[in-house]
Design a binder for this molecule. Structure first.
Ligand SMILES: Cc1ncc(COP(=O)(O)O)c(C=O)c1O
Length: 380
């Protein structure tokens, strides 16, 4: 397998797996237990919280572990909606958000909330003026993703957070594609809520978290998403997933150490791949090419059906959008928001690279795509 679908999920780093293994075997105690073994498990959880906090530049107490980004996003948006509905019932978000955000917003619309879905520019970036125009006195939350999962564009979240705060709203970001891959500083960016997921940066699946600002200036109160034994400050009850949390912590530590080195190598591979694929006639990159994360390229191959490309590429794993919506036959809502027509939106592939790719894989991919595109266009 040549794996170029790292925005969908990543291979677990062997160092992460090694750190987790004892917690799946001998050290299996419940982190809430008061016996010696439970205390040891609790210490491992505390270390992981510290490792994640170092990655985000926050206090460990501001991290709530969840099953992943989808749950963290649900906790954040529904939690704010329920806690702040006395102040207002208006939320501002963007058309190109992940379905995890959009579907929560649709749910809240059915419960009396009003949501503004901002359009993006043809390059996928948000025009900051549209944010300012959309915020109203009853806006309680502005929610804008840091990095788009399909095209990799990086939104100006620092500026958007400032706008939200000046106008009395909270700012949340779905940073699932950013955390572990680029420097995120919740202090410097003045973020109130940030969702992330371990399996996007070489950690295990089924674990992620939510950063919740706990400062004297903005000390957020959220309604719980899952009620029960009072774990995670009562916001997310349920026995802690100790092996998962330990793995997430290790993945965060590794990203903190090697993020910049990874970025340099991956960018070279991505640029090589992109440049080579663009030499195929009638191809184009979707989204802004400069304000973009280094690991992804989304390319339109005119008159080639993306499903046929994925099938034909066989041992090369690529994607034609968000895996979470792959069962739907609608074109990608992100590509549609960029202004692509239905036919073009169904002719795009996302290549997302990671820590474990190498230049041989890029060469093989380029020749395989080249041949396949020629073949499909001949059949068309
Ligand atoms: C931008 C974005 N948000 C949220 C999610 C959902 O993450 P999880 O799989 O951890 O629930 C994903 C995963 O594809 C994503 O890319």
């Amino acid at each position: 397998m040549i794996y170029l679908d790292n925005n969908s999920t990543t291979r677990i780093d062997p160092r992460v797996l090694e750190t987790m293994l004892p917690f799946l075997t001998d050290s299996f105690a419940n982190a809430s237990s008061t016996h010696k073994f439970g205390v040891m498990a609790g210490r491992a959880v505390n270390l992981a919280r510290q490792q994640v906090a170092e990655l985000l530049n926050c206090n460990p107490g501001e991290i709530i572990f969840t099953s992943g980004a989808t749950e963290a996003i649900n906790l954040a948006i529904k939690g704010v909606a329920e806690s702040y509905c006395q102040k207002g019932k208006h939320i501002v978000t963007v058309q190109t958000e992940h379905k995890a955000v959009l579907d929560v917003c649709y749910y809240l619309e059915g419960r009396g909330f009003e949501v503004t879905y901002l359009p993006v520019q043809p390059d996928g970036l948000l025009d900051i003026n549209t944010v300012e125009e959309a915020i109203r006195p009853d806006t309680i939350l502005v929610c804008v993703m840091t990095v788009n999962n399909e095209i990799g564009v990086i939104q100006p979240i620092k500026e958007i957070a400032e706008l939200a705060h000046v106008n009395g709203a909270l700012f949340m970001t779905d940073a699932t594609q950013a955390v572990g891959k680029m420097a995120i500083d919740v202090e410097a960016f003045d973020i109130d809520l940030l969702a992330f997921s371990s399996h996007k940066f070489y950690g295990p699946k089924g674990i992620g978290g939510l950063y919740i600002r706990q400062h004297s200036t903005r000390n957020l109160r959220l309604q719980a998403a899952i009620h029960g034994g009072g774990h995670e400050k009562g916001l997310r009850s349920g026995t802690l997933n100790v092996p998962g949390i330990v793995g997430l912590g290790k993945a965060a530590e590794l990203s903190n150490i090697q993020m910049h080195a990874d970025a340099e190598l991956i960018r070279i591979l991505r640029d090589h791949l992109e440049l080579s694929l663009l030499s195929i006639p009638n191809t184009k990159v979707n989204g802004n090419k400069t304000t973009r994360l280094y690991n992804v390229t989304n390319i339109l191959f005119k008159d080639c059906d993306s499903d046929a490309l994925i099938l034909g590429l066989n041992d090369i794993a690529v994607s034609n959008g968000s895996a979470c919506t792959a069962a739907l036959i609608e074109p990608s809502h992100v590509l549609s928001a960029l202004g692509l027509n239905k036919e073009d939106a169904f002719s795009c592939l996302r290549f997302s690279l990671g820590r474990f790719n190498n230049s041989d894989e890029i060469l093989d991919t380029v020749s395989a795509v080249n041949l396949l595109v020629q073949k499909l266009r001949m059949l068309a």
